[in-house]
Design a protein around this ligand. Sequence first.
Ligand SMILES: Nc1nc2c(ncn2[C@@H]2O[C@H](COP(=O)(O)OP(=O)(O)OP(=O)(O)O)[C@@H](O)[C@H]2O)c(=O)[nH]1
Ligand SMILES: [Mg+2]
Length: 289
Amino acid sequence: MGGSKSTQQKDQIEDKPWRNFDWGEKEALQRHLENFSERKPDVNVRILVTGQIGAGKSSFINSVNSAFQGKIVCEALVDATVGTSSSFTQRFQTYRICNKNGELPFVFGDIMGLESPSLSGLQVDDVISTILGHVTENCKFQAGKTLTSEDDNYNKNPTVSDQSFCLVYIIAADTVTLADKVLFEKLRLIRHRISDQGIPQVIVMTKVDEACPLVKKDLRKIYTSTKIKKLVDFCSAEVGVPKTCIFPVKTYHDEINTNPDVDVLILKALDQIVDSAARRFQKGFYTLK
Ligand SMILES: Nc1nc2c(ncn2[C@@H]2O[C@H](COP(=O)(O)OP(=O)(O)OP(=O)(O)O)[C@@H](O)[C@H]2O)c(=O)[nH]1
Ligand SMILES: [Mg+2]
């Protein structure tokens, strides 16, 4: 019995980490991000999150704020209902990231999940309109109806600060291999539409604790877990985002205190997102065909 258990565990753990990661980097990452305005004074980075329903989009945004503030923040509403098939976040809302001293120049846009059946949930065109800055805050998306320039919530003349400069796909590690192919099709379509404009895309893979029992016990096993490695490979192949732009994380979902290991994974993902968004921002306003 003991032998088979240890063989099983060995199967799930790589001899060497499949990605080098500095678990002690939290303070440095936090300082680097907090000093962003000093390096790039006029840049306000807007980032859009999209992905599966219930994948943890709102939880990720809350976790970024929690990591900076050293306490659990629940600004973006999270749905705790299990197995829901429609998105809890129904409106387009933006959330400013703040540390203990005030606002940071990072704004997340949180939109409804991309439902699998092609005629419901947020559509590819709605995501594109949101990226381009045409969707006003609080806009309520309607299932099966794409927003057009005739709608009240459509901003016909977006400014550069209304546009998003990085698109983050939130994908849940525990269900990604079961996800409907339509979801990947939508993500690939979005990717195809925005890639010409050099808009960076990053995948944040949430719920690593639910996907791998070893990681649930010890988050530091994340980069030696064979299961997580395979899931990263799978996402990269399905969506087309390079593995180096995929960040497995656990978000705060039932904790009452923050934890440095959760924080450092979240901040590392944010650092990459902000860095690529800032580079795209420097090129200025864009339009898509
Ligand atoms: N175990 C675990 N649960 C998580 C994690 N991230 C989110 N959750 C849970 O997943 C559920 C959905 O999270 P949300 O943040 O509401 O997901 P969402 O993508 O914003 O959902 P919609 O707005 O409905 O599309 C909640 O019950 C969260 O507590 C994680 O990393 N691990
Ligand atoms: Mg949500």
